[in-house]
Design a protein around this ligand. Structure first.
Ligand SMILES: [Zn+2]
Ligand SMILES: [Zn+2]
Length: 284
């Protein structure tokens, strides 16, 4: 049995930020690396994936295969893709798993990121073997990744218009759930609670403080994101062991995030702030 590690490379929501005020928790947008001996899975391809690419190329891995799971196609979850180094390495095989939206050609959309007028790379510049796999939005789907490791997905409707996929990584009987870009003022519905229940780790959207979300003059209701209180409530109802807050508002400084952590820990002790390069083990 192999050990599997989870490492954050991008934890910010909406757009990347850079300033000394965000240096501790980081300014790159959504991207998480799951690694093990010969295992490289990535959740989301925000700007954080650029550093994952550097890392993968630097530390030669025996099996040149990467699986990328996209939660949805908003820019902050895909904008690092044209700068992900393994894409320009002919030895790599890259599977890109993404929601099967009916109103758009997912393949055309992803390749457009590499082509004029968005980018000068063009299809010819892509050297890896890319395989795009569309995931259903109507049922739970489980993909066997490697031996005792699988990834399941389930659609969540609260993110505006097209919704988002919630992913569950399973290593034997240990589970990590990645639930970003969700808004659940009343908590997850029963089906989603069943999907998540008993997971070891829940990584959950925490874009706002409650006061920001409910601000009477500038409310964020309906924007498709959660407050830290919503994240805590879902962690409690789903009976997870640890909660990692994620997808922070771009204006939130390190100082503000520490306040957010304090607030959340008051109700759920095992709460942590996702931080760039933070790495931990999901034991098998
Ligand atoms: Zn987002
Ligand atoms: Zn989004």
């Amino acid at each position: 049995m192999q050990d599997v590690f989870i490492q954050f490379y991008g934890v910010r929501g909406s757009y990347p930020v850079s300033s000394p005020k965000v240096a501790r928790y980081g300014g790159n947008t959504s991207s998480i690396l799951i690694s093990g001996e010969n295992l490289r899975l990535i959740f989301d391809a925000g700007t954080g994936i650029i550093n994952i690419g550097e890392e993968i190329e630097k530390n030669e891995i025996e099996r040149k295969k990467v699986d990328i799971f996209l939660t949805h196609l908003h820019l902050d979850h895909i904008q690092g893709l044209p700068f992900f180094k393994p894409i320009f390495d002919p030895d790599f095989r890259i599977n890109i798993f993404c929601p099967d939206y009916q109103n758009v050609s997912v393949e055309d959309f992803i390749y457009s990121l590499f082509n004029d007028p968005i980018s000068p790379i063009s299809d010819h510049g892509i050297k890896a073997k890319i395989n795009i796999v569309k995931l259903p939005l109507t049922e739970v789907k489980t993909i066997a990744v490697d031996g005792n490791i699988s990834v399941s997905c389930k659609k969540e409707d609260s993110h505006p218009l097209s919704g988002v996929l919630i992913y569950k990584l399973s290593v034997d009987d240990r589970h990590m759930v990645f639930a970003t870009d969700v808004e659940s003022p009343d908590g997850f519905n029963d089906e989603m609670v069943d999907f998540i229940k008993g997971s070891h780790i829940l990584i959950h959207d925490s874009q706002y403080f409650d006061s920001h979300y409910h601000n009477r003059n500038d409310s964020r209701i309906g924007f498709g994101h959660s407050t830290c209180s919503m994240a805590v409530r879902n962690a409690l109802v789903c009976e997870v062991e640890k909660l990692y807050l994620f997808h922070y508002h771009p204006d939130y400084s390190d100082k503000k995030l520490k306040k957010m952590l304090k607030k959340a820990r008051g109700r759920f002790k095992q709460t942590y702030l996702a931080r760039e390069l933070m790495k931990f083990r999901l034991r098998s």
